[in-house]
Design a protein around this ligand. Structure first.
Ligand code: F6R
Length: 614
C-alpha cells in the first residue's frame, strides 16, 4: 500500500515524480503529496484525492527543483485528508519523509516524543518516524544518515522511506524493510520508487534494495548501499526487462479490460520456454532443482490471499488429482497466526501477484523457520516474496495495473498446472501418453482463451446490462470450477460493490438456497465434465425457485440451454484446464457491470494492488 517516488539529477524533479506517482497509483489513491527543495526551503504540497488532484493543486505553484519526492497514499493510520497525506515534516521542518509501510510501535514512540516536547500535526505513524529521526540527530549530534539508521533500529514494522534534508540539496536517503524499494541509476541522475514502473522510462539499470538496507544517493558522488547497521554492501545492478508500452492502456478504456484481453498473450508468456508441445516436454528451471522435494513431499501447503488464494484452490485439485500429493490451501493471514504443524517434509507454495503481500510473506517466514521447502509463484520480478523462497517460478504475465486481478490469476493457474503435470509424470502418477496429451491440450489454451474473448464479449455485455441493478449475485461451481465461482464473486464485489457469494454448487442446499427468488441472478459454471449431471440438478433447483440462471457451458450443451435464462458457451478442454477458460466470461461480467454502474474499475474504493500491511 502507498507508492513512493523520488528524483535527484539535472532535470526537473516535479514532472518525473508526478508521472511516477501516476504509475504507482494502483498502490493507493486516497491522497498524494510532493516535497521539493527550492532555494534552501523544503516545501511540501499535498492534498486529499488522487494524483490528478495533486497535479491540479500544484498547477499554479512554482515547482522548480532538481530534487524531490512524492507519495500516493492508502490510509492505514489516520483518515485520508490533506494533513495525513505524505510527505511529513519533522518538528523543525528541516527534514521531510515519505513512507510506505506501518510503524507498529508508533504509539509508544509518539508518547515519548511528546514528553520530550514534540507536537504532531497528523494522526500518522510516519510523522512519528521523522520526529524520531530528528530527535536522535539532536540528542546524538550525529549525521542525518546515522540518525536515520538509529531511528530505524528503534522501530518495529515495515517501511520503505525516502528522507530529504533542507540543509543538503544534493542528497536523498532511503531505506527499506518489508516494503519494496528500487533505485534507478541514470546518467547523472537517480530515481527511487516502490517498483520499477516510474523508472523504466529513464533507465533500465536498477538496484533492488534489500531487507534492512539503506541507500544514500548523492548528486555528485553517486550512491552507497549499506545495511541499517551501517555495514557496506556491494550493489547488484539488474537490467530491467519491463517495457514502457506495458504500462499504458494501449487504446483500451481501462487497464482491467486491457489485461483481460492480454490473457492469450500472457498465458503464452507464462508457458514460454517451459511448455514445449513439439518435443512434448515441460521444463521449469525453478522446479528442477527442488523437484525431489516436491515429489517426495508429505504434503504441499499453499498460502496466498484473495485471487491468488483462488489460484491455490485450483492447484489443490491439480496436485491431488494428477500428482496424488495431499494439498492444504490456506489464507496466509490465518496460517501465520494459528501455530500450524509444519515440518521438513512439507513443501510450501506461496502465490502472489505483487510478491509483497504482508501476510503471505509472514507465512513464508514461519514455514521456513520450521524447515519446510518454500516455493514461490510471483509476477513482480525482484519483489520481496521471491527473495524469501528457496525456489520459484515467475508467472511472466507482465505488469498488472488494474486493481482487480485478471491475467495474474490465469498466469498463476497455468504455472501451477505445468508444475502439477510435470510432477505427476516424474512421480509416475500419469503415463507418458497422458503426459503428452495434457501438454498438447495445454498448448492450445491461449487460442481457446482468445476464442472465448471473441465469442462471449458482446453477449456478456448485454447480460451485464440486464443484471447491473441486482443487489446480490450467487456464483456456483463444482470441482475445478468451484474456485472459479469464488473468483467470479470476488471480481464482482471488488469493482461493482455488489454483494456476491461463491459456493460449491452442492452446498447451495445447505443454506444459500433460501436466498433464491426471482431477483437473484445465479451464475453457474457448468462445463460438460465429471460432475455434469449433478450441476444440471443444481441448476434445476435454482430454476424451480425462480432464480435467474446465467450458465457458463461447454459448446453444444442443449440440456442446460433448455433450463438457463442465459447460456455462455466456451470451448471444450481437459477438465483440469477448464478454469482457464471459464473464468474469462466472469471477468468480463464483473467488468461490464462495473462500467454500466459508472464505477472506477481500475481503482475501486478502499482497495490497493499491493497489500503490504496485515
Ligand atoms: C483481487 C485481488 C486481491 C489480491 C490479493 C493478493 O482481484 O487483486 O484479492 O489477489 O490482495 O495479492 P497478491 O497476489 O499480490 O499477493
Amino acid at each position: 500500500m502507498c507508492g513512493i517516488v523520488a528524483y535527484i539529477g539535472n532535470n526537473q524533479a516535479c514532472p518525473i515524480v508526478i508521472k511516477g506517482l501516476q504509475r504507482l497509483e494502483y498502490r493507493g489513491y486516497d491522497s498524494a503529496g510532493l516535497a521539493l527543495l527550492q532555494n534552501n526551503q523544503l516545501n511540501i504540497f499535498k492534498t486529499k484525492g488522487k494524483v490528478s488532484d495533486l497535479e491540479q493543486f500544484i498547477s499554479t505553484k512554482n515547482t522548480e527543483s532538481t530534487i524531490g519526492m512524492g507519495h500516493t497514499r492508502w490510509a492505514t493510520h489516520g483518515v485520508p485528508n490533506d494533513v495525513n497525506a505524505h510527505p511529513h515534516y519533522s518538528g523543525s521542518k528541516n527534514i521531510a519523509i515519505i513512507h510506505n509501510g506501518i510503524i507498529e510501535n508508533y504509539a509508544v514512540l509518539k508518547e515519548e516524543l511528546i514528553k520530550s516536547g514534540h507536537s504532531f500535526m497528523s494522526d500518522t505513524d510516519t510523522e512519528v518516524l521523522v520526529h524520531l529521526i530528528e530527535e536522535v540527530q539532536k540528542n546524538d549530534q550525529c549525521s542525518l544518515e546515522k540518525a536515520i539508521q538509529e531511528a530505524l533500529n528503534e522501530v518495529t514494522g515495515a517501511y520503505a522511506i525516502v528522507v530529504m534534508d533542507k540543509n543538503d540539496p544534493d542528497t536523498l536517503y532511503a531505506a527499506r524493510k518489508g516494503s519494496p524499494l528500487v533505485l534507478g541509476i541514470g546518467k547523472d541522475e537517480f530515481f527511487l520508487a516502490s517498483d520499477a514502473t516510474p523508472i523504466v522510462e529513464y533507465t533500465k539499470n536498477v538496484v533492488y534494495i534489500g531487507e534492512e538496507e539503506m541507500v544514500v544517493v548523492n548528486r555528485n558522488n553517486g550512491f552507497t548501499l549499506k545495511t541499517i547497521q551501517n555495514v557496506e554492501k556491494t550493489p547488484y545492478i539488474h537490467e530491467l526487462e519491463l517495457k514502457l508500452e506495458m504500462l499504458e492502456k494501449g487504446g483500451y478504456e481501462h487497464f482491467m479490460l486491457k489485461e483481460i484481453y492480454e490473457q492469450p498473450r500472457s498465458i503464452k508468456d507464462s508457458m514460454r520456454g517451459r511448455l514445449n508441445a513439439i518435443d512434448n516436454t515441460i521444463k521449469m528451471a525453478g522446479v528442477k532443482e527442488f523437484e525431489h522435494k516436491i515429489i517426495n513431499a508429505n504434503r504441499i501447503l499453499i498460502v496466498a490471499c484473495g485471487t491468488s488464494w483462488h489460484a491455490g484452490l485450483v492447484a489443490e485439485y491439480l496436485f491431488e488429482d494428477l500428482a496424488r500429493i495431499p494439498v492444504e490451501v490456506e489464507y496466509a493471514s490465518e496460517f501465520r497466526y494459528r501455530n500450524p504443524v509444519i515440518n521438513e517434509n512439507d513443501v510450501l507454495i506461496a502465490i502472489s501477484q505483487s510478491g509483497e503481500t504482508a501476510d503471505t510473506l509472514a507465512a513464508i517466514k514461519l514455514a521456513k523457520e520450521k524447515g519446510a521447502t518454500i516455493f514461490g509463484i510471483c509476477n513482480v520480478v525482484g519483489s520481496s516474496i521471491p527473495r524469501e523462497t528457496h525456489a520459484g517460478s515467475y508467472t511472466h504475465a507482465g505488469p498488472e495495473i488494474g486493481v482487480a486481478s485478471t491475467k495474474a490469476f490465469t498466469a498463476q493457474v497455468v504455472v501451477l498446472t505445468m508444475i502439477a503435470i510435470y510432477i505427476a509424470f516424474k512421480k509416475g502418477k500419469i503415463t507418458e501418453s497422458r503426459y503428452h496429451q495434457l501438454i498438447i491440450e495445454l498448448d492450445k489454451i491461449p487460442d481457446k482463451v482468445k476464442h472465448v474473448l471473441e465469442t462471449t464479449n458482446e453477449q456478456v455485455k448485454q447480460i451485464s446490462d440486464i443484471y447491473k441493478d441486482a443487489h446480490n449475485f450467487l456464483y456456483l461451481g463444482r470441482g475445478y470450477n468451484f474456485p472459479v465461482a469464488l473468483e467470479g464473486a470476488l471480481k464482482l464485489k471488488e469493482i461493482s460493490y455488489i454483494h456476491a457469494e461463491g459456493y460449491p454448487a452442492a452446498e447451495m442446499k445447505h443454506g444459500p438456497i433460501a436466498l433464491i427468488d426471482e431477483n437473484m441472478p445465479v451464475v453457474v459454471v457448468a462445463t460438460n465434465q465429471s460432475a455434469y449431471e449433478k450441476i444440471v440438478s443444481n441448476i434445476q433447483e435454482v430454476v424451480a425457485r425462480k432464480g435467474r440462471v446465467i450458465a457458463i457451458v461447454t459448446k453444444a450443451d442443449d440440456t442446460i440451454k433448455s433450463l438457463a435464462e442465459h447460456v455462455i458457451e466456451i470451448p471444450e478442454t481437459e477438465e483440469p484446464f477448464s478454469p482457464l477458460l471459464s473464468v474469462v466470461p466472469l471477468q468480463l461480467l464483473s467488468y461490464y457491470i462495473a462500467v454500466a454502474l459508472g464505477k472506477n474499475v481500475d481503482q475501486p474504493r478502499n482497495l490497493a494492488k499491493s497489500v503490504t500491511v496485515e
